[in-house]
Design a binder for this molecule. Sequence first.
Ligand code: B16
Ligand code: MG
Length: 210
Amino acid sequence: MKAFIFDLDGVIVSTDKYHYLAWKRMADDEGIYFDEVINDRLRGVSRMQSLEIILERATKSYTDEEKVALATKKNDIYRESLASLTPNDRLAGVTETLQKLREKGYKLAIGSSSKNTPVILDKIGYAGYFDAVSDGNNITRSKPDPEVFLKAAEFLGFTPEECYVVEDAEAGVDAAKAGGFTAIGVGGAAGYEKTDYPLSGMADILKIVK
Ligand code: B16
Ligand code: MG
């Protein structure tokens, strides 16, 4: 194995709580029921697909224009919360694990559905840190489609068989497996049957590599 491709939200940084709070505010304003169980279905999927999942509970229908306005409203709320992100928002074990993997010679990449990836990496002190970044800005199909990870592998110059993907979402593990990658699961993905290596945290990655 030559490289690790990391999901961002829920693996490197705790932005998942900000996604939830922003969608919750949008849903409450529209009078649409939304809770943390529904929120789990949004992990790893694109902004517009997330909105469609939330609108399953809506009592009226929305035009395409209204949907774009709702997604923009959510993103504006989310972007406001990103302003306060700092390197302290990196999840437990991230800083040390990435450093040790790099010392062992692995290449490191990001594979995230988020169009906000550049600003998040900048705020948490990782602008320019990764060998490749594949995100919502360079793909046309969101997870569970493998495109974001296939692009990351291509940017690194490796085949999927040479890369681990680290994910917290079932949609992300599905994407990794569909692309021919080996899937490491943390958080919610640790309990998913398709995950190759279920781990209790980032630091445990060092136990499965030489
Ligand atoms: P944005 P990941 C995903 O990030 C989030 O898990 C998902 O909840 C979000 O809808 C998606 O990014 C798009 O994000 O609205 O910022 O473009 O887990 O793939 O890093
Ligand atoms: Mg994630």
